[in-house]
Write a protein that binds this ligand. Structure first.
Ligand SMILES: [Fe+2]
Length: 203
């Protein structure tokens, strides 16, 4: 059985950038529902029940067709939300770790250029989805990618380093239609220490 882990901080810990009500509903209702739907889908498949969300995403082609889309959406939702929670912190480190910072400058020209490109990708994403910084293992470089629904970089073999949730449920209660304001404020809670750890663990 998959379980929803508690957030690594209190629901009000990311205020004023992400409000407590949004965070509580996002985590305890939306994320919980992906976990519940995943468990329901796996009820008749005991051989799949001990797989992690990451493992299920990596073996989608082998998942029975009757539950494949459900597993794709809900294992994806479970993985992506866990990753998103862990990228944020009330004590977010603003300084970019040296090794990651160097890679960003190499691949995007400058930190400012990277932040601009990431912000534009997040602002312009059509519909519900996610914007990621990934390490593209094939080309050995950092890349910004967008995914629809709960698709994620594991599906294309890339390594996710950081992510922002661009579903309206991530910001609508507080920001309404002002997605750009949510993205601008989200940079304040992005923990570069975690992104740097994700980078050094996977290169
Ligand atoms: Fe979400």
């Amino acid at each position: 059985m998959h379980q929803l882990s508690p957030l690594p901080y209190a629901y009000n810990a990311l205020e004023p950038f992400i409000d407590a009500r949004t965070l509580e509903i996002h985590h305890s209702k939306h994320h919980q529902s992906y976990v519940d739907k995943l468990n329901t889908a796996l009820e008749k498949y005991p051989e799949l029940q001990d797989k992690t969300a990451e493992e299920l995403i990596a073996m989608l082609d082998e998942i029975p067709e009757t539950i494949r889309t459900t597993v794709r959406n809900n294992a994806g939702g479970h993985f992506s939300h866990t990753f998103y929670w862990n990228c944020m912190s009330p004590t977010a480190q603003e300084d970019i770790p040296e090794e990651l910072g160097k890679a960003i400058v190499d691949d995007f020209g400058s930190i400012v250029a990277f932040k601009e490109q990431f912000t534009v990708a997040a602002t312009n994403l059509f519909g519900s989805g996610w914007v990621w910084l990934v390490f593209d293992a094939t080309n050995k470089k950092l890349t910004i990618t967008s995914t629809q629904g709960h698709d994620n970089p594991l599906m294309t073999g890339d390594t996710p380093l950081m992510v922002i949730d661009i579903w309206e449920h991530a910001y609508y209660l507080h920001y309404q239609n002002r997605r750009a304001e949510y993205i601008q404020n989200w940079w304040n809670v992005l923990d570069w220490k975690v992104v740097g750890q994700n980078y050094t663990e996977h290169i």
